[in-house]
Write a protein that binds this ligand. Structure first.
Ligand code: SAH
Length: 241
């Protein structure tokens, strides 16, 4: 349960922070992270403490940090929770599918703000967009309720693994490695004139969707970076001729 973290992005209501702490503790988790909360003192706010109830220990050790990349970088899987579909971004899967692939990987569940949810740009830190099945005409849960459903599903999934005693899957590349690969490839694609920086035509977004769907392993990231490096070197040689 150590390798699962629960990230609340720019949360407005301290009460939700307390309720989320309670939700994850009841399901056996304890890593709550607040990224840029509206109230930087949210973990000490009276409504947070009241709603955390017996989960005051989880609340007290909740990390408060400034940016999403710091919260997500070391994770192999980052699930961005959203009730809404998006045109671009990582592949969309259900919470059950997410919990099934998360069993042997370090993962984070990322939740958006109460009012507007996650922004498109927040999905660059996610490997998947994850939805909780709900009434299509009214699908938006309260933030802490969404945390509760995910924590419950993750617990069920981990218990299934325990009972089946499955052997571990090879860990995927983490988000930091994927983002570094994207930057390297972007430079390479510009070098060979495949990507025009003034008219990028969503090329990088489409490649990112492909990589997220594939779920790259670290050696595959190295392989693709090797390709990018050669593309850049070829251009440098071209200049010298
Ligand atoms: N009004 C916001 C929703 C805010 S609910 C919007 O339109 O996006 C707060 C957070 O709870 C969301 O950002 C999301 O992370 C999570 N959430 C709520 N309902 C969900 C659902 N049905 N599926 C996945 N995540 C959900």
């Amino acid at each position: 349960m150590q390798s699962v973290s629960w990230i609340l992005h720019q949360t407005s209501h301290s009460g939700n922070v307390g309720s989320a702490a309670r939700a994850i503790k009841t399901m056996g988790f304890d890593q709550l992270i607040l990224v840029d909360p509206k109230n930087p003192e949210a973990i000490h706010a009276p409504d947070a403490v009241a709603l955390a109830s017996g989960a005051d220990d989880v609340l007290a050790k909740t990390q408060v940090i400034n940016c999403l990349d710091e919260a997500t970088n070391s994770r192999q899987l980052v699930f961005g929770l959203s009730a809404r579909d998006r045109e671009f971004g990582p592949p969309s899967i259900s919470i059950k599918e997410a919990c099934a692939i998360a069993k042997d990987q370090s993962c984070a569940f990322l939740f958006g703000t109460e009012r507007t949810g996650l922004r498109n740009e927040d999905y660059q830190y996610c490997t998947h967009r994850v939805w909780i099945d709900a009434n299509p005409a009214y699908s938006s849960l309260n933030l802490a309720q969404a945390v509760m459903v995910c924590a419950y599903e993750m617990r069920q999934s981990l218990q299934d693994t325990h009972q089946l005693n499955r052997s571990g899957e090879v860990p995927r590349a983490n988000i930091e490695a994927i983002n570094a690969l994207m930057e390297h490839l972007r430079e390479g694609l510009i070098a060979i004139d495949f990507l025009n920086p003034s008219h990028p035509k969503k090329l990088m977004e489409r490649l990112r969707s492909l990589f997220d769907r594939a779920g790259l392993y670290p050696e595959e990231v190295d392989l693709l970076r090797g390709v990018a490096k050669q593309m850049i070197l070829k251009q440098d040689k071209g200049f010298k001729l």
